[in-house]
Design a protein. Structure first.
Lengths: 194, 458
């Protein structure tokens, strides 16, 4: 008998009689806010920042105001940022180690927790949201949902190799519960709604 | 060799009064943050109920879900392994590394690998392991173990960490600034991420329907490790399964709110398929879980999603520290999981509780933790694993409580003894007294007082 068969046999013998799986309908009955202002408030509380803008030129102006990019590497596959960023075309993702600012698209934002949903088909390599010193995500204004239940209703059957919710900058409080932004990933995270 | 029990270890922890106070207040503050955040969710109790029911359902159909998960993960290009115990798990990890000619591995947080003592095993087999979660890295440098499942080095002071970093990472002596020390660790670990070819992660949730796993971190260390490595190994207990992806909508709403009061962790990463030219392995580990599944009274402990809320709220945990529990998982949940692994060695843990029930009240998957602590006590006494001195005292008390005459007599004797000869009770031979302060002695029992006063009021 293999380990697999032994474990499965023990599970079968010891699991109780079938208990029903509950429905999730009631989480779609509660009214929760799904506006950009609610999202922004939560994101700010967890160390990020959100902006609502009219067009990409406003985003570029804000980036130039927030970051000193002289001599720094900025990467984005989005053609709208070609004036300040270069697309990633390499084959070894370790080459991205020196990126100062990464600008990536995200599918949608979640108002209740400040998270944005990204998945592998949006960009060339899954390390891209994690390796830069600073991260900017671009979300369409209409793509905000209220809760995680609504979020998963949108992505329940989507296929991807890798996907993630990202809510704010990388952080830790492992030393005496003192919050520090920039543990291993981005030290800052901003979301632009356009 | 007898392992020092919870009470003995607590006494050592309690010698440093300032540290105990800090520990107590800090964890209570985290509990407070949890309360604040959950009060913003009107459907919070429905979320807890639903999460608990989803887990109950999954455990009742685990035989099916494990096979469905295996089938779907395999179809995604993942290699699925099965391990009966910790030793089998460790051997599988070593073989994967050997096959790929890799002798360095970066590891993100995984309580399961602590349970299996993986680091020690790999080091003996000449594999270098670096823990990448900041708290776990600190503990690794200190040759220490986690005292809390979410806040692993909550028992350490920043000055001790500063000293440690000075010795190992070359930071200036005397610098204990958390911001500065975190930056030093970031730089050192970035180098590890960029050079190591294998990454091991834990698993928060595994989805049977899609064969994917979900890992939650605040630091981004799981992702930095995995995406920069050629081989990803994910280790999980078989109880981590949930049926469908949409059920994450429930669990990701309660996990971090319960753990730290954050609305969600910074990263909730869904690993489904290996990257081009890379390998992904998932190891399904039993290590006593099927046995616990068969114990009707304790089965619900397998619902645990490892948020740590029961520890933060527990008056005993907060004042005795995680290491007093001499188990990988400390606190109330650790005390109901540990006797399943080794009842004799962990016989003291279900007694390390006041049974106040606060743990059950905060548990996001509604595990009846304090009921299970109470039930374990009975199992442990029946199996004969309780301290013999305590057992004799319990038997005498049971007799006294069963007989009204004996009870009245015993009460009178106790009041007289405590008043005139307290040393008879208050001495080191009385196992029960050792853990308690005796109250001031009343002049009479309630029975006597009632007899007297009722007549006066008639």
């Amino acid at each position: 008998m293999t380990s697999r068969d032994e474990i499965l046999a023990a599970v079968k013998q010891n699991q109780p009689e079938l208990i029903d799986l509950p429905a999730l309908d009631l989480f779609f009955e509660t009214e929760n806010p799904s506006d950009i202002a609610s999202f922004s408030k939560v994101l700010e509380a967890i160390g990020g920042k959100a902006y609502e803008v009219n067009d990409y030129s406003e985003i570029i102006a804000q980036i130039k105001y927030d970051f000193l990019l002289e001599g720094k590497r900025v990467v984005s596959d989005l053609p709208e940022f070609s004036a300040i960023a270069k697309p990633y075309t390499g084959t070894d993702n370790h080459e991205l180690a020196d990126v100062e600012l990464m600008i990536l698209p995200a599918h949608f934002a979640v108002a209740e927790n400040g998270a944005c949903w990204i998945s592998s088909e949006l960009f060339a390599d899954p390390i891209m949201p994690f390796i830069p010193q600073h991260l900017i995500l671009i979300v369409k204004k209409e793509n905000v949902v209220a809760t995680m239940n609504q979020a998963y209703a949108l992505i329940a059957t989507k296929d991807y190799a890798y996907a993630a919710f990202i809510a704010g900058p990388s952080k830790t409080a492992d030393i005496e519960q003192s919050l520090v932004l920039g543990a291993h990933g981005p030290k800052s995270m901003k979301v632009f709604f356009v | 060799m007898k392992v020092a029990d919870h009470a003995e270890r607590s006494r050592i922890f309690n010698k440093d009064v300032d540290r105990v106070d800090w520990h107590d207040e800090t964890l209570w503050f985290v509990r407070g943050k949890r309360d604040k955040t959950i009060h913003q969710i009107p459907e919070w109790e429905e979320l807890r109920n639903t999460a608990s029911q989803i887990k109950a359902h999954t455990l009742s159909n685990l035989h099916y879900y494990l096979q469905e998960f295996e089938k779907n993960a395999t179809a995604n290009g993942v290699t699925v392994h099965w391990a009966k115990d910790g030793a089998a798990h460790n051997q599988i990890v070593l073989e994967i590394l050997k096959k790929n000619k890799i002798n360095q591995m970066v590891k993100s947080k995984s309580m399961l690998t602590e349970e299996c003592h993986l680091n020690h095993f790999l080091e003996e087999n000449e594999v270098e392991v670096i823990d990448s979660d900041l708290g776990e890295r600190i503990l690794q440098l200190a040759k220490d173990t986690p005292s809390h499942i979410v806040l692993p080095c909550i028992h350490m002071k920043k000055e001790e960490i500063g000293e440690l970093f000075h010795e190992h990472l070359g930071t200036p002596a005397g610098n204990a600034d958390p911001q500065f020390l975190t930056a030093a660790a970031r730089e050192s670990l970035r180098n590890t991420f960029l050079n190591f070819k294998a990454a091991l992660t834990g698993v928060n949730f595994a989805i049977a329907e899609t064969g994917e796993i979900v890992v939650a971190t605040n630091e981004g260390n799981a992702d930095m490790g995995v995406h920069l490595a050629d081989v990803h190994i994910a280790s999980m207990g078989i109880e981590k399964l949930i049926p469908q992806r949409k059920h994450l909508g429930v669990f990701l709403r309660i996990l971090t709110r319960s753990a730290t009061g954050q609305p969600i962790t910074t990263y909730s990463s869904h690993f489904k398929k290996p990257g081009a030219g890379k390998e992904m392995h998932i190891i399904l580990v039993d290590n006593g879980r099927t046995r616990q599944l068969g114990r009707a009274d304790f089965r619900n402990s397998l619902k645990c999603i490892r948020c740590g809320a029961c520890m933060n709220t527990c008056p005993v945990y907060r004042r005795s520290g995680g290491h007093s529990y001499h188990n990988v998982i400390a606190g109330p949940i650790g005390s109901i999981l540990a006797p399943n692994l080794d009842m004799k060695e962990h016989a003291d843990l279900p007694f390390a509780s006041t049974l106040c029930g606060s743990c059950s009240n905060v548990c996001p998957v509604k595990i009846d933790i304090h009921d299970q602590l109470y039930k374990w006590r009975q199992v442990i006494v029946k199996e004969g694993y309780v301290d013999p001195a305590k057992k004799v005292a319990m038997e005498v008390m049971a007799k006294a409580l069963a007989s009204p005459t004996l009870y009245r007599l015993a009460g009178k004797a106790a009041r007289t003894t405590l008043k005139y000869a307290p040393f008879v009770v208050n001495n080191k031979f009385n196992a029960w007294y050792l853990h308690r302060e005796m109250p001031e002695v009343p002049k009479s029992s309630f029975g006597e007082w009632y007899q007297k006063n009722r007549k006066n009021n008639d």
